[in-house]
Design a protein around this ligand. Structure first.
Ligand code: AYL
Length: 548
């Protein structure tokens, strides 16, 4: 590091006592070792079908599934694509993959067949677990990727597929399950979610058991959640399992936390107004993880009154900006003391680096809290790279045991994100106040967040560039009250070509999933503003849009 730029006294390190990096323990081992009398309490329940499993059953099915995967010939380190919406079997499937020593690559099931095929190919998946709804898309992906040996289906048996419900009955005696003591938990990749990071196409994020187990302890430290809140002697906490488990937020903060703390999660396959309202009235969640559009919905919907929040003690938000006025409207509507906490993180950070401590007690609404234990952070000037003092805005950098190992098969992107001193450059702009609370103010990176989901401009630009009438293209995210941001395209037509918006929308329709569609509009331009290096000047486009 450059001593002229660096000033260690300006770093904001977690003030909370360190948690030791967990080494030599897998996630399922950590969960098994931590059970405190809640074996027979329900762990996951499906809001739609009522299917439910206790904590013990989840861990038994995980073993059965692992044994069957080993018996079907999968070898340590093989990648399995998990193409599922939230179902009560999700956890047993994921843990089964880990207990068999395999790597899970979670895929958004709402992806088009083309998108599923791309992720399964990029991750080198050799197997797929899916539901009947997505079988056709997975079969197309298998045809395109001969590496994929088999498809496991969660549901009625299907031609040419293994049945999950049969597999979990496998005999587990004498099976060689993956043990942390025999692995390199600091280096063996076990989870491969996709993220575009600060630039370019979606990339596999290599996460290890140590990343995930340690982040689980960091994010559930008593500074953030009530001591023993979930433990057996108290009433079981009830979580809403609506945020998708294929995304690092839902996977870590709902699915894993649910298993570590012995709570009850009601899984919802998707957001749908009636089932959402019904689920909340029926389950009376004590903790609700939310993203901005959901909070917005609850604030504005007549279906939500203070009654719907009666049992709710905590609402937690994150994954994209949430305006403080919206949060205050929610708290007012609930008409009771309810704690609002916000987290900040990235898939690349396993995923949590900041969280609102309990002591903030709604006094810091709009901030995403303090660095979690064992985490150092700094704010650097985006031009000079100089470390900045409190209240000055710059790029947030994070260092700690939760920083990913790197991007899969992409050393260059890894080097551009994690510097030689181990700092992860987030591409987000923020500042610290005097209480170590971080306030996010802007995003430097090109990533677009629609309802908390990632949309990589490069992905849309690459596809649009493939259109026969398109000469050049740039995609940016524009603000939207309901969705957070929306992708908007600037198109240079090929000479003499007649091209209209509908043609391009139609062109993208079957290629990318719904939230990646160009809902922010399409504008035909003469040229795309670019730096001499060829880099698209996205800021210029956004500024012009805002002045429009
Ligand atoms: P990814 N406020 C504003 N932007 C945010 C916030 C927040 N609280 N949290 C995340 N982001 C944006 O990999 C930011 O641009 O995240 C960041 O770089 O899909 C990007 O989202 C990361 O996108 C939590 C809170 C997990 C957040 C998360 C991270 C979700 C995954 C648990 O409690």
């Amino acid at each position: 590091s450059n001593p002229e730029l660096e000033d260690e006294s300006l770093w904001v390190n977690s003030k909370i006592q360190d948690v030791k990096t967990i080494v030599g323990v897998t996630i399922p081992e950590m969960i098994r070792a931590n059970i405190r009398g809640w074996e027979n309490a329900v762990a996951f329940e499906c809001a739609e079908s009522g299917r439910k499993y206790t904590h013990r059953q989840v861990l038994e099915q995980s073993r059965g599934f692992a044994a069957a995967m080993i018996q079907s010939g999968y070898k340590r380190g093989d990648v399995i694509g998990v193409v599922l919406h939230n179902i009560p079997e999700y956890c047993a499937i994921l843990y089964g993959i880990w207990e068999a020593g395999l790597v899970a690559s979670p895929v958004n099931p709402a992806y088009t067949a083309a998108e599923i095929t791309r992720q399964l190919e990029s991750s080198g998946a050799q197997g797929v677990v899916t539901l009947p709804d997505y079988l056709e898309a997975c079969r197309a992906a298998k045809t395109a990727n001969p590496k994929i040996k088999s498809i496991v289906i969660v549901g009625e048996p299907h031609e040419g597929c293994h049945s999950y419900y049969e597999m979990v009955k496998a005999d587990t005696t004498g099976v060689d399950f993956a043990k942390g003591s025999q692995m390199d938990t600091l280096n063996d990749t076990i989870l491969l979610p996709y993220s575009s990071g600060t630039t370019g196409l979606p990339k596999g994020v290599m996460l290890t058991h140590s990343n995930l187990t340690t982040n689980l302890l960091q994010s559930t430290h008593p500074t953030y959640i009530k001591a023993n809140a979930f433990e057996g002697q108290n009433e079981q906490e009830r979580l809403l399992g609506l945020l998708p488990f294929f995304h690092s937020y839902g996977l870590a903060c709902i699915l894993n936390v649910n298993m570590l703390k012995g709570s009850h999660t009601l899984t919802l396959p998707r957001f749908e107004v009636n089932s959402f309202v019904r689920a909340i009235r029926q389950q009376r969640p004590t903790i609700m993880h939310m993203v901005t559009p959901l909070i917005n919905f609850m604030v504005n919907s007549a279906d939500f009154t203070s009654k719907e929040f009666e049992a709710t003690e905590t609402v937690i938000g994150g994954a994209a900006p949430i305006g403080p006025s919206l949060i205050n409207q929610l708290l007012e509507k609930a008409n009771k003391h309810m704690l609002f906490q916000e987290g900040y993180g990235m898939t690349e950070l396993s995923p949590v680096s900041h969280f609102s401590p309990l002591w903030t007690n709604n006094q810091k609404v709009g901030s995403c809290g303090c660095p979690v234990p064992s985490t150092s952070t700094k704010i650097v000037d985006v031009i000079s790279g100089k470390t900045l003092p409190r209240f000055e805005r710059g790029e947030i950098c994070v260092r700690g045991p939760q920083v990913m190992k790197g991007y899969f098969n992409n050393e260059e992107a890894t080097r551009n994100t994690i510097d030689v001193d181990g700092w992860c450059h987030t591409g987000d702009i923020g500042y610290y106040d005097n209480d170590d609370c971080l306030w996010i103010v802007d995003r430097l990176k090109e990533l677009i967040k629609v309802k908390g989901f990632q949309v990589a401009p490069s992905e849309l630009e690459d596809l649009l560039r493939g259109h026969e009438k398109v000469e050049d293209v740039a995609v940016i995210g524009v603000p939207d009250a309901e969705w957070g941001e929306l992708p908007r395209a600037y198109i240079v037509k090929k000479d003499g070509q007649n091209l209209v918006e509908d043609e391009l929308n139609h062109f993208l329709k079957d290629q990318v999933t719904s939230y990646k569609q160009l809902r922010g509009g399409i504008e035909f331009v003469k040229a795309i503003p670019k730096a001499p290096t060829g880099k698209i000047l996205r800021r210029e486009l956004l500024t012009a849009y805002k002045e429009m």
